[in-house]
Design a protein around this ligand. Structure first.
Ligand code: SF4
Ligand code: SF4
Length: 415
């Protein structure tokens, strides 16, 4: 089973695609883990260094499988994971509802809940507080521990300023409805600096992983220059929550050649554990969010963080080499975030990219063909008309129409 492929259930159910795991299968039944995960300090709080990101939950009948999520949350709480991160947009609004259902059995002071203001759906100044109140209701809580302006980019930055978002949320903080106020951002270091210097925030959520650590490199991979962003936040004294530590699951699967390098160094460690340890080792990071889709992921993460050890210099080199090998495979740096949905033609962009990347990882021609043919004809890459509507929506700055041509060409070549 693929370690991080949230898309598995939605992408491959039709064909029952066999997606081989790059990591060791571990289940709660086969390995009883005792103990609590490693914690880091945020102010005077002890926060689990690994947090449960509720954006890639197990699914059933088109929504989160609440029973399965409950089991994962129970396991998390049992092992000291106390940070849960949701947002309006996750699972089409159902992540918040699920968070409310699965956390309500626990005392409110036994977990930290983070939620985010959906900037892009606000309709004016007067929509900020009603949206916030609705989120409290959906999550069945009367305050958020951590609350963020969600996904600030150039256009949403205007929303923050024009709609007095900060001022209104600060008032909620004064009322005790928000304990700590922050923002998430997938944009440039320059914008990050501007946002930090304009208002007084308590924390920031940044996409940090080794693929994105440096700026676009000579192989053409786009990176958000996470290193620089981390340094800016640190210099400003702003603690960091990490999102996307596995680059949408890519760092949990890599490709066979890269996984071999990691296994040679440590046969027992899953590929994802390497990258999670890397980001959790950064001093100014107090929590790393992992979007877990199955109990197997939860158990693996708990195992990594109970026995947490920062990556050694030697291990960092091994990981960097493995990532360089993976990058050279030609995979698309899509994180399957779905921000590009809404193509007027109906192209399912993340699905097309996912099966392409799976082929780059395993070279299994039959699987690729079957997966491509399982996509409805009108949603396939070859139907893209290159209108460009999707391009500005992509936080990874992918040239989506060109990459879709690559997917279509691969199918033509292999079929
Ligand atoms: S193409 Fe871009 S926006 Fe679409 S899923 Fe991939 S990373 Fe996200
Ligand atoms: S460029 Fe292609 S995938 Fe993007 S919106 Fe246009 S038709 Fe859809």
């Amino acid at each position: 089973m693929n370690r991080r492929q949230f898309l598995k259930s939605t992408l491959f159910t039709a064909i029952g695609a066999v997606v081989l795991s790059a990591c060791k299968k571990v289940t709660a039944e086969t390995k009883k883990i005792v103990g609590k995960v490693y914690t880091k300090k945020f102010k005077n709080l002890d926060i689990s260094a690994i947090g449960f990101g509720l954006m890639r939950l197990p699914q059933k009948l088109g929504g989160p499988d609440v029973e399965a999520v409950q089991k994962m949350v129970d396991y998390a709480m049992e092992h000291g994971i106390n940070y849960f991160d949701t947002a309006w947009f996750y699972h089409g609004g159902k992540s918040e509802l699920t968070a409310g259902k699965v956390l309500k059995k626990y005392p409110r002071n036994s977990f930290y809940l983070a939620d985010k203001l959906p900037l892009s759906r606000l309709g004016g100044k007067d929509t900020v507080i009603p949206t916030f109140n609705e989120q409290l209701k959906k999550c069945q809580v009367d305050y958020f521990d951590f609350y963020l302006a969600h996904n600030i980019n150039k256009s949403e930055w205007e929303t923050v300023k024009n709609y007095d978002v900060y001022e209104q949320l600060l008032q909620k903080k004064k009322e005790g409805k928000i304990k700590y106020l922050g923002f998430s951002i997938h944009d440039t270091p320059e914008l990050l600096e501007e946002v930090i210097s304009t208002y007084k925030w308590d924390f920031v959520q940044l996409p940090i992983n080794l693929i994105d650590w440096e700026k676009t490199d000579s192989s053409g991979w786009y990176g958000v220059n996470a290193k620089k962003q981390y340094e800016i936040a640190t210099k400003a004294g702003l603690p960091v929550v990490v999102m996307n530590p596995l680059k949408g699951g890519q760092l949990s699967t890599l490709n066979n050649a890269a996984v071999e390098l990691l296994k040679k160094e440590n046969p027992d460690a899953s590929p994802s554990s390497w990258s999670l340890r890397y980001v959790a080792s950064l001093e100014n990071v107090f929590c790393v969010l992992s979007g877990m889709t199955e109990m197997e992921h939860m158990v693996d993460n708990v195992n990594t963080f109970i026995n947490f050890k920062p990556l050694t210099e030697k291990e960092q080199k091994v990981l960097s080499n493995a990532i360089a090998v993976y990058k050279s495979s030609g995979a698309i740096t899509c994180t399957y975030c779905q921000y590009c949905v809404g193509c007027p033609i109906g192209i399912d962009i993340p699905k097309n990219f996912n099966i392409y990347n799976q082929y780059k990882a395993d070279n299994k021609k039959e699987n690729f063909i079957a997966a491509y043919e399982s996509i409805k004809a009108e949603n396939r890459a070859d139907k893209c008309i290159s209108c460009g509507v999707c391009k500005p929506k992509c936080p990874q700055k992918l040239d989506i129409p060109t990459l879709l041509k690559d997917v279509a060409a691969l199918y033509k070549k292999l079929s």
